[in-house]
Design a protein around this ligand. Sequence first.
Ligand SMILES: CC(C)(COP(=O)(O)OP(=O)(O)OC[C@H]1O[C@@H](n2cnc3c(N)ncnc32)[C@H](O)[C@@H]1OP(=O)(O)O)[C@@H](O)C(=O)NCCC(=O)NCCS
Length: 173
Amino acid sequence: MNESCAPRLRATSITDLDFVLGLERHPDNRPFIGQWTPDEHRAAIDRADREHWIIEGGPGGARIGYLIAFDLRAPGLGVYVKRIVVADKSRGLGRGALRVFVQHAFEDLSAEFVWLTVYRENERAQRSYAAVGFEVARLSEIRCAEYAEYVEGVGGFSDHSLVMIRYPPRVMP
Ligand SMILES: CC(C)(COP(=O)(O)OP(=O)(O)OC[C@H]1O[C@@H](n2cnc3c(N)ncnc32)[C@H](O)[C@@H]1OP(=O)(O)O)[C@@H](O)C(=O)NCCC(=O)NCCS
């Protein structure tokens, strides 16, 4: 992808909310993502332990999507990507934006890991995440109590969802 067209992230402002809500409620996206009220988005923009990003792309910097993340470093649960949406699918924009976010999480936040949940049937999203190095967590290896902490830390997610985790690149000695 041409460097000037690669996705970029900038902080969401209140004036972006119509764009965000329009994308969230779009029939192409609705089956795959949660539906927040405007107040829930405003709270995520305001809270210090939440990140709300507009994904921009192309030379003109048009809005092409958004990404919401929870900073869960304090309870030891890394950084959680709550939601990612791009308008134009399967052109590498989702993975491009996620790569930028993961780099930010490791370099700026020193996150121990970045994780997310995804519906089993959402294979497009899973392939996009896999391209960024996310791997499906083997939940059989996670203790029950620990799993409960993950679920509680993000306000719950379905048993039907896969958990995918990305660890930082290993530093060679
Ligand atoms: C999920 C999302 C952000 C991914 O971004 P994207 O730009 O569309 O994805 P990418 O181009 O990075 O990768 C798409 C991959 O899925 C594949 N794909 C496309 N349609 C597919 C389908 N129906 N079944 C399986 N794979 C599919 C593509 O071939 C590509 O994989 P490959 O490069 O290995 O061939 C975007 O699709 C989206 O906004 N979806 C709607 C909302 C959503 O699902 N959000 C995530 C909730 S967890």
